[in-house]
Design a protein around this ligand. Structure first.
Ligand code: GDP
Length: 522
């Protein structure tokens, strides 16, 4: 019997990995794909990263600085579940991209370096997950090296993140003697990830002989203490974001990765309901809905196109179907939706809620767009962050102003930068959250459009989206501040201020005007 929509949805787990750079996100991703059978050899994720980098000019920046700018999605199956990993850039200058990606996941894996504990980026990303009530599974990585005491790591998570911890496994051994995981609740063990199933044992003392003699007593004592004293796992508390199950392992040496995949299958939620403007959309509904959270150009020079990454929120997305784009009300043929595997793309015949498909297009789709089978609903919540840096783009060849305008418009639609057109007709201002985004813009304008540019300070440093309940109030503000008003890509007005002081001053003078640092696409 063919699978029903409800069955297909129930099997899906869509998640992101959040980590401070160097904690092991890439290695863990590779291993998840390896054990999920999606790739033949570990190392392909990195290999792919390198290949894209050497092929594509603008990614030179990425290569030079050793950071990952690309967000992509990878799919694998394990134990009857379909897993979608949404990759996020590690560098904080691309934080807005990461935050938007987090709107498209149902759970997150937080990777912690066992020697370092909670690091600044981990904390920041965790806060975004908490804002969105995304349940988190913790993976303490690099147990094969000198590490902190596991109890100390649990305490740190509890204190710094105000999150209850429930260790599911306990490490057998430490650094050189680390050799597997002890499952606290059911007294089973798994050695390396080459072991597909876990083996029942007779309490911690029965596995102590896997360790050198001088470590055995401490292991038994510690593990028994963990069994007795640690909180039992409470799935409800986990789903509500109050508790995290914790696993110990080593992605590099293949320990704990299967424990983690199985936990994702067992504990992590299937695709969640999504909030739209007119109603809530349930994942198992018959009719297809989806939203775009990411646009990417030039993923592969063999396909010179723009890919919109859309998360399916309900129903079944089938190749060849027609979808309605809510922003314009126009129909869009989904003739070649794609799935992404570690090393290739593949045409997607059918995708269900939780899946992410790439939709090739030439600029029709934008970040935040909603696709439906006809219903005029719009998903809420894909955020746009007010830029921290505002610059004017200076063109070396003034004859190319029109081309620059088009190029900037396209870059803005892709979410590379934000674009603001001042009401007084002065040249456009670009805004970014992190300085590296400006480097990407410069590099791409030169490589793809033949437009060498530089950036000039603008007299503004802060930007806020403005609105008012009474249209007349807004009009008054707009007309009295004409030199400081610009329109964003959607034509929504923003107020540009010289500094925080003038922003505060104006917002006190005009209490009827709402000034927002975050705009949700709609
Ligand atoms: P990312 O920046 O979070 O993607 O981190 P990577 O996966 O690139 O890993 C950073 C470094 O840590 C690399 O040199 C990895 O080989 C190493 N690494 C990752 N996982 C482990 C582990 O479990 N044990 C050890 N010893 N090294 C690891």
């Amino acid at each position: 019997m063919p699978e029903t929509i409800a069955e297909a949805v129930a099997r899906r787990r869509t998640f992101a990995i959040i980590a401070h750079p160097d904690a092991g996100k890439t290695t863990l991703t590779e291993k998840l794909l390896l054990f999920g059978g999606a790739i033949q050899l570990a190392g392909e994720v990195k290999a792919k990263k390198d290949r894209i980098q050497t092929r594509s000019d603008w990614m030179k920046i990425e290569r030079e600085r050793g950071i990952s700018v690309v967000t992509s999605v990878m799919t694998f199956e394990y134990g009857g579940n379909v897993f979608n990993i949404l990759d996020t850039p590690g560098h904080e200058d691309f934080a807005d991209d990461t935050y938007r990606t987090l709107t498209a996941v149902d759970a997150a894996v937080m990777v912690i370096d066992a020697a370092k504990g909670i690091e600044p980026r981990t904390l920041k990303l965790f806060e975004v997950c908490r804002m969105r009530d995304i349940p988190i599974i913790t993976f303490v990585n690099k147990m094969d090296r000198e590490s902190r005491d596991p109890f100390e790591i649990l305490d740190e998570v509890e204190e710094k993140l105000a999150l209850d911890t429930a260790p599911i496994t306990w490490p057998i051994g430490r650094s050189k003697t680390f050799c597997g995981s002890y499952h606290l609740a059911d007294n089973t063990v798994r050695g390396s990830d080459t072991e597909v199933t876990v083996t029942p044992v007779n309490g911690p003392q029965s596995v102590a002989d896997r360790l050198p003699e001088n470590e055995r007593a401490a292991f038994i004592e510690e593990t028994e203490l963990a069994i007795e004293a640690c909180r039992p796992f409470d799935r409800q508390a986990f789903l509500e974001g109050h508790m995290t199950p914790v696993f110990f392992g080593s992605a590099l040496r293949n320990y704990g990765v299967r424990d983690l995949i199985e936990a994702l299958g067992e504990f992590a939620p299937p695709p969640r309901d999504q909030v739209a403007d007119i109603r809530k959309v349930h994942a198992a509904e018959d009719r297809m809905t989806a939203f775009v959270f990411k646009i990417q150009a030039n993923m592969d020079p063999n396909h010179r196109d723009r890919i919109a990454f859309a998360r399916v929120c309900s129903g079944k997305l089938e190749r060849g179907m027609k979808a309605r784009l809510s922003r314009t009300g126009k129909q869009l043929g989904l003739t070649a939706p794609q799935f992404f595997f570690a090393s290739q793309r593949q045409l997607a015949d059918t995708a269900y809620a939780g899946d992410v498909v790439g939709i090739p297009n030439h600029g029709t789709l934008r970040i935040g767009d909603t696709l439906t089978e006809g219903e005029p609903l719009v998903f809420q919540g894909v955020p746009n962050f007010s830029p921290e840096i505002l610059r004017r783009v200076r063109l070396e060849d003034a004859m190319k102003a029109k081309k620059l305008k088009e190029a900037l418009q396209q870059m803005a639609e892709e979410g590379v930068v934000q674009l603001f057109s001042p009401e007084d007709g002065s040249p456009a201002i670009v805004g970014v959250v992190g300085a590296l985004q400006l480097d990407v813009l410069k590099e791409r304008l030169a490589a793809e459009y033949g437009l060498p540019v530089s950036f000039e300070m603008s007299r503004f440093s802060v930007c806020r989206w403005i609105a008012a309940d009474q249209p007349a109030e807004l009009e008054k503000f707009l007309s009295t501040h004409r030199g400081d008003i610009a329109r964003d890509l959607d034509g929504d007005p923003v107020y540009l201020a010289q500094d925080g002081f003038s922003l505060r001053y104006e917002s006190e003078r005009y209490p009827a005007i709402r000034m927002a640092a975050i705009k949700e696409y709609h």
